[in-house]
Design a protein around this ligand. Structure first.
Ligand code: FAD
Ligand code: NAP
Length: 321
């Protein structure tokens, strides 16, 4: 079992983590960044990104994340492939233990663990996962070329993924529990203009049905009339949002009722001094790459200031020698 110490330990490799790393490295804080099992974070599973400033032409999400990673490495970030499974914030330096057995200690910590896809929670959804059921159209859409599929959700993700699926599938039916979408208007317009799209409003998915070969359809229920119907579909994409990846921090940091980490106003500081949270892990309002990156910047700057104050109060032995 090895031990790695850094002044700034960053957990997570999405836009928030990489940006914190760029700023911390450029402040000579020699950060260590633990990537987790999804290096690059959520934008690795999307295609076109049109709203990240600085790119006049449309860019691809995975390309953007590769660039952020390369930038963080070029300025001196120590990048580690590991998954943090336990943290101890009871005393400084704070500790984080990886799946590899390595114990990472940090004088400060930046939590940038982001969010994960939410599932409906149906047994049948779990049963047919990988046999027609997916939470990532950009990853799995290709496998449904020429087939009829369904998607559930009414946010930006559902609409973008539905549009993406129309590139491959013969028909895409969007099922939503209300009769209005919450997605941006420009995306809604594109969706409603698409000939391959069909819509089922005010309806929930009750069950995924199928056989040994895979799913064949969905049992649906109209929430207003209670009527139950069956929709034939060979694929089903769940796009109902995300939950913050905060299980690890339960009971160790203050969180809100949706399990997002609470930070101080105009700050990324959590309930523990020197521990910062940036990006989707603390933000259920904006949840954008650019806001996550902005918070990553804030976290690194705040960590730098915190360390400077600590150094004044208690000069390190290194400085004293
Ligand atoms: P994430 O990107 O979620 O990254 C979290 C990181 O934490 C991952 O690297 C993961 O491996 C790591 N991690 C988690 N747990 C651990 C652990 N225990 N130990 C170590 N590491 C851990 N936003 C836009 O601005 N424009 C778009 O066009 C856009 N398109 C999107 C398309 C889709 C399909 C989705 C799902 C989202 C999209 N978003 C878009 C939103 C955007 O991707 C997120 O807001 C952004 O990625 C959040 O960044 P983050 O750094 O907070 O976390
Ligand atoms: P979201 O905005 O939270 O939308 C989730 C959708 O799923 C909502 O329509 C919700 O219905 C529905 N839903 C939730 N739970 C459900 C359940 N149990 N059963 C049925 N339906 C359910 O999530 P998102 O679309 O993943 O977007 C997350 C964030 O990423 C947003 O801030 C979004 O702007 C951002 N994002 C941005 C882009 C972009 O800028 N191009 C692309 C993708 C995502 P209700 O509407 O009834 O609540």
């Amino acid at each position: 079992m090895s031990n790695t110490h850094s002044k700034v330990l960053i957990i997570g490799s999405g836009p928030a983590g990489y940006t914190a790393a760029i700023y911390a490295a450029r402040a000579n804080l020699n950060p260590t960044l633990v990537t987790g099992t999804e290096p690059g974070g959520q934008l690795m599973i999307t295609t076109e990104v049109e709203n990240y400033p600085g790119f006049a032409d449309v860019i691809q999400g995975p390309w953007l994340m590769e660039q952020m990673r390369a930038q963080a490495e070029h300025v001196g970030t120590h990048m580690v492939s590991d998954y943090i499974q336990d943290v101890d914030f009871s005393s400084r330096p704070y500790k984080a233990t990886g799946d590899s057995g390595t114990v990472y200690t940090g004088d400060t910590i930046v939590i940038a663990t982001g969010a994960k896809a939410r599932w409906l929670g149906l047994d049948s959804e779990y049963e047919y996962r990988g046999k027609g059921v997916s939470a990532c159209a950009t990853c799995d859409g290709f496998f449904f070329r020429g087939k009829e599929v369904a998607i559930v959700g009414g946010g930006n993700t559902a609409v973008e993924e539905a549009l993406f699926l129309t590139n491959f599938c013969s028909k895409v039916t969007l099922i939503h529990r209300r009769d209005t979408l919450r997605a941006e208007k420009i995306l809604q317009d594109r969706l409603f203009d698409n000939d391959k799209m069909e819509f089922i409003w005010d309806t929930t998915v009750e069950q995924v049905i199928g056989n040994e070969q895979g799913m064949t359809g969905l049992r649906l229920k109209n929430v207003k009339t209670g009527e139950e119907t069956t929709l034939e579909a060979e694929g089903f994409f769940v796009a109902i949002g995300h939950d913050p990846a905060t299980d690890l921090f339960k009971g160790k940091l203050e969180m809100d009722e949706l399990n997002y980490i609470i930070t101080k106003p105009d700050s990324t500081e959590t309930s523990i001094p020197g521990v910062y949270a940036a990006g989707d892990v603390t933000d259920h309002t904006y949840r954008q790459a650019v806001t996550a990156a902005g918070m990553g910047c804030m976290a690194a700057l705040e960590a730098d200031r915190f360390l400077a104050v600590q150094e004044t109060l208690q000069p390190s032995t290194e400085a004293a020698e």
